[in-house]
Design a protein around this ligand. Sequence first.
Ligand code: SF4
Ligand code: ZN
Length: 708
Amino acid sequence: MNLYNTVFAGAKQALDTAAEYVEKAISIKGMEHKVAFPDTAYSMPLIYAITGKKISTLEELQAAVDIVRNLIVRKEQLREAENAGMGAAVAAEIIEVLKYVTLEKPYEDPCMGFLPDAVIRGWGVGLVTDDIPGQAVIIGEFPDNESAAKVIKEYQTKGLLTFLVGKVIDQAIEGGVKVGLEFRVMPLGYTMTSVIHVVTVAIRAALIFGALTPGNWEEFKKYTYKRIRAFVNAVGPLSNFKVACGAGAINLGFPIVTDQNVAEVPMKLITQKDYDKMAATSLEIRNIKVKITDIPIPVAFAAAFEGERIRKEAMFVEFGGGKTDSWELVTQRDIGEIEDHKITVIGDDIDSVTQAEGRMPLAVLVEVAGKNMQPDFEPVLERRIHYFMNYIEGIMHVGQRDTTWVRIGKDAYEKGFRLRHFGEVLYAKILDEFGAVVDKCQVTIITQEAKVKEYKEKYAFPKYNHRDERIANMTDESVDTFYSCTLCQSFAPAHVCIVTPERLGLCGAVSWLDSKTTKELDSTGPCQPISKDGVEDSIKGCWTSINEAVNTLSQGKVNRITLYSLLEDPMTSCGCFECIAGIMPEANGIVIVNREYSGQSPVGMTFGELASMTGGGVQSPGFMGHGRHFISSKKFISAEGGPGRIVWMPKELKDYVADRLNATAKELYAIDNFTDMICDDTIAIESEAVLEYLTEKGHPALTMDSLL
Ligand code: SF4
Ligand code: ZN
């Protein structure tokens, strides 16, 4: 059978199965039964993107089967074959959503099935910074576990997101690959139709970050081809359905590399039977370039290990975590004061740790020098220590400054990992990322208790205090320059963040100091200074020079923004925001929901649903994405009365911001413990009960000017 016939046969089979399953579901549950994937604002994302319609009942789903029928037009041409491939993908979406309708637990560990919107938003920053350079989709079964593990580990060490479908899941696990969200290897499901769960990731990325118009399928295809660096590895025997899905992938712009004999299509479908070369071939065909720094340590080093936790049983030694002193510091020195690449360990190495305790004190002192270095960059470099140490396989790093908690796993110890390797990693990465400002770097690792304490008093505390003072004195009024950040334009082409001392980027990862550093590191890069000229409205935070910059940087899409208002020309959102604020009219205030919270909010929307109201660089008054730290800023919607408008937050977020927010509220409104007045999910979610709580507490929003 030729390839075209296979595609049509596969799509037709999928269509028949989908149609049959829909009828079966209707006969059990009835026409009116609700249909949607969980934790998403887009119901069935692929159908939504193609038709502009959010499926909500089985009756509508029944009608959607016709979409598949219409996509399958038999003709021996690439275009028709690609459409039939999309038909197979829609059929798969139907089959998969029915699992969620009819089964109590459609997916069991290790399989993940449908991934929530919040997960995709969480990947946003990684995608734009190239920390996640691409996405690999592996479907099928390798001849053996070793080949599977080899290919997947190669993607993992390069930081790609890897999605697994089929028997390859067990092969990966048996081959020793660490899987799960935190390792960037996502086992989706064993049946072939679960491949749709990565297709909807691509589609939702377009919906979330690209602000595309659902129903305009050509736009989606362009977006996924241009901005989503995904490819497929189809391994093992090719079924009709697999081939049909392959045609669908090509339609989305994702090339396929297979170990089977096929009639190759240049740049779209390639055979590679050598598993040692499969990853390289795939990266090349999708034009993914990965920068790797070679670091002389005995374990792997990759961004994919960032989320790795070391459990107590697997731990060889730990530092800090409240049990011993543990701190870290990046400090600037004169060029003559330090020696480049000098790594010193003061005190015992980890071999000496007695297993009964397994605990030591730790200080990590990184001294840098360079003619373009400034003290303002120190905290920016210092915060990267957390990431650099976490990227080491078998190491866990939590916290910052003098609250760090570091664990070294037994595996890492057995492979020969010792303290000086921390120095090697920090040295290599700091020069790699900050080479434009750092000419020399030396690292001192200390475990000797007296020295850890002595240096803490002598070097660390004075620095921390000095920086805190500098930040506390830094207001939007105290500087004459703000920064634009356009990093997210690779996914949200019209979005611009304006970063000020009192308002960090909505991703939570870019402060004013960060953007200042970025500008110094890369003078034509994503962060550019904008001097504050021509104030138009100081209450709402509106300047002519900023409007002009936003207009230029958004290619004319947005021409006026305010920095301190939610209702009038609020700043746009890309999609990777940590939190979303929305109005709760009956409380005359706003609710804020963070990405991690999956429940309902008093405005009748989840984070995902609220988040879908804004994004893609579009202004949507009344909804605003923002960073966690912005909540306690005096500039937070100050045009509408400030943080005193906040009436509800999930408990976790409320606790997280409590100290700072309470201090701000004390200053602004002379209220003590303001967060006690804010309702949360453990108190009430339903609107009336929330209002009751606010009234009982005398929440200030109730007596503020009317919001609307
Ligand atoms: Fe994206 Fe804004 Fe963060 Fe820059 S500051 S990375 S544009 S969200
Ligand atoms: Zn973003």
